[in-house]
Design a binder for this molecule. Structure first.
Ligand code: SF4
Length: 344
């Protein structure tokens, strides 16, 4: 069986430079769960070349680089972080107090003939937009070049921030695709699973959005998934409109990139002006147990998650009370639900 660590390209020289330039004595390694097997390579490298540097591995899930915890840095007393698999979160304005090395882990695989044949049979348009999550940017560029040689016009857009790569998207940030929306009618979204493709299909409802998973070599037309998700989301919105909304739990995150003060202030103001009671709750992780605990304490009519707009849609949609994204709360409070607002 292939070791997942062998499928990704890591530049270990970056770790050497980082440790030496910053004289790091205690380092914290972070990676999303799917990429944690890569950490072993980095640990072996640090132990061999920098034996004086103590290593701590964060077992937190690190879905995004938005999840930086000041507490973890302070309590553990680390003097540097290596964050594997993401680049810097574009809206991280605060300083965590220690240097961070954002270390991309690029997927080294190439599109196979089987996948190409399947892709060519699936896509009907000749003008195609292409975006990818960061791991698959080299794969996307290779695929774009292959498609160009076959006569397709491939458009790869610029992201909203210079901290991101050309064509890069996040689960909550799709500017690289939105910048190309008028040039194409179809997008190929390259990432693991359907998560990123689903996000784009919630924004661009008139375009064909194909998800492409390089590991599984699968291609999906996301419209069926999108329609199913929207049916669930609208069911929750109608539930609130029918029953009314008197009390809302605003859930905020104490993690650095996920504490969205302007969104929180906007929602507080919106609820106050509409005579709706609310209480703010802080938690780093949001799951059904946390929602139940808040429900027991406060019994709100609805919850709104301000940390990550994917949590209500991807993880908490089965909770028996509505758990909303900020955009969905705005839709129901303003009683304007025709245009689905995503991500915010
Ligand atoms: S807020 Fe959610 S979707 Fe956006 S980068 Fe963070 S984890 Fe990903």
């Amino acid at each position: 069986m292939t070791n997942i660590a062998d499928l990704y390209i890591l530049d270990l020289g970056l770790v050497d430079e980082f440790i030496e330039e910053n004289n790091i004595k205690k380092i914290l390694l972070q990676a999303p769960d799917g990429l944690k097997p890569l950490l072993e390579k980095i640990i072996r490298h640090i132990k061999a070349l920098h034996p004086q540097t103590k290593i701590i591995i964060s077992a937190e899930p690190w879905y995004g680089s938005c999840m930086l915890s000041i507490n973890e840095v302070k309590i553990l007393g680390v003097d540097g972080i290596v964050h594997v698999g993401h680049n810097r979160y574009p809206w991280l304005y605060d300083d965590i107090g220690v240097p961070i090395l954002y270390m991309p882990a690029y997927y080294s695989g190439k599109p196979s003939k089987t996948l190409l044949d399947r892709l060519l049979k699936t896509i009907e348009d000749h003008d195609i937009g292409m975006v990818a999550s960061i791991q698959y940017i080299p794969y996307m560029n290779t695929l774009a070049n292959i498609l160009k040689t076959k006569g397709y016009n491939v458009h790869i857009g610029n992201p909203s921030s210079q901290l991101m790569e050309k064509g890069q998207i996040l689960g909550c940030e799709y500017t690289a695709a939105l910048n190309m929306r008028n040039k194409v009618k179809a997008f190929i979204v390259i990432s693991g699973g359907i998560f990123h493709a689903l996000g784009l299909s919630l924004i661009l409802r008139e375009h064909k959005i194909y998800g492409l998973d390089p590991h599984r070599e699968e291609i999906w037309n996301t419209s069926t998934y999108r329609d199913k998700v929207l049916r669930i989301r609208y069911y929750k919105l109608y539930q609130i409109l029918r029953r009314g909304i008197r009390k809302v739990a605003i859930i905020v995150s104490p993690l650095l990139g996920q504490y969205r003060s302007s969104i929180i202030m906007y929602l507080e103001d919106l609820l106050s002006k509409n005579g709706i009671d609310y209480q703010v709750f802080s938690t780093t992780m949001v799951d059904n147990d946390r929602i139940s605990s808040i429900d027991n304490a406060f019994s709100p009519d609805a919850f709104v998650i301000t940390s990550c707009p994917r949590l209500p849609i991807d993880d908490l949609s089965e909770y028996h009370k509505p758990v909303l994204t900020p955009g969905e709360l705005v839709m129901v409070v303003k009683k304007n639900i025709d245009k689905y607002i995503f991500p915010w």
